[in-house]
Design a protein around this ligand. Structure first.
Ligand SMILES: C[S@@+](CC[C@H](N)C(=O)[O-])C[C@H]1O[C@@H](n2cnc3c(N)ncnc32)[C@H](O)[C@@H]1O
Length: 242
């Protein structure tokens, strides 16, 4: 894995660091997302929703929901009975609440503060749990996987949308060069916080590849784990079944 010009610690999440980055970033987060992914992030969330296999009775928990783009995609496209949208940065959830206020569909949308590594919910409460670009920011992924396994009903699905590792090496080299040169520059332009985007870049470079992440989910007790690469593996959606 390439970590050119990046100390290994630069991409390591800590609770304080992640909360501070996202509290500051909240007003600019959506704009940065659209610019840095050239608008493709919308299609990644759409694919994530279809892999969640929702029906009108589904009870869904969206973790690390941030400004609510995946929450809203779940409600608009999947139309489950309910989505509980959670995050541990109130400034991010405030933006999500504004989006949900304009929603007119059949899904009930609620918000609550929750740390994705220590969930304040009863065992076997949800049919589907989702997380979009959140797992990479967790200091203790194993705790998150254990907790999600606990709160899912038997047969329930954990759907993980996350930056990943393009398998085709020449393409990966081009993509890593984009990460090194373009991401901090766009972040600096949009928010003036270059350091936050150097963290973001390094957290992507240091995140496990598709096979390793699937192994961690298996280890947490999920009986079936599959994934699909999107945009040549820049992003992968893992589905882990309890
Ligand atoms: C990159 S944003 C993703 C937001 C959204 N899911 C999306 O698809 O755009 C990551 C979010 O994860 C949240 N987060 C990071 N660590 C968390 C934790 N331990 N518990 C809850 N939320 C967390 C951050 O506050 C931030 O809002």
């Amino acid at each position: 894995m390439t970590t050119r010009a990046s100390g290994r610690d630069n991409g390591r999440p800590t609770t304080e660091r992640v909360q501070s980055i996202f509290a500051t970033l909240a007003p600019d987060y959506d704009r940065f997302n659209k610019l840095s992914s050239l608008g493709v992030d919308r299609s990644w969330r759409k694919r994530t929703v279809s892999m969640a296999r929702l029906n009108r009775n589904s009870v869904v928990l969206d973790l690390a929901a941030g400004t609510g783009d995946l929450t809203m995609a779940l409600a608009e496209q999947g139309k489950p009975a309910s989505v509980l949208s959670t995050d541990f940065v109130p400034e991010m959830l405030d933006v999500a609440r504004e989006k949900a206020a304009a929603y007119k569909g059949p899904t009930r949308i609620d918000f609550t503060a929750a740390d994705a590594q220590d969930l304040p919910f009863e065992d076997e409460s949800f049919d589907v749990v989702t997380i979009g670009f959140g797992v990479r920011n967790l200091p203790d992924r194993a705790a998150n996987f254990r907790e999600v396994h606990r709160v899912l009903k038997p047969g329930g699905r954990y759907v993980v949308l996350e930056m990943s590792r393009p398998p085709f090496v020449p393409f990966r080299a081009v993509y890593h060069s984009y990460l090194h040169n373009v991401i901090p520059a766009i972040g600096d332009k949009v928010t003036g916080r270059r350091d936050s985007f150097e963290y973001l870049r390094d957290s992507i470079l240091q995140f496990p590849g598709q096979v390793a992440l699937a192994g961690e989910l298996h280890k947490a007790g999920f009986r079936e784990v599959t994934w699909r690469n999107l945009t040549f593996g820049i992003v992968a959606v893992h589905v882990a079944v309890k």
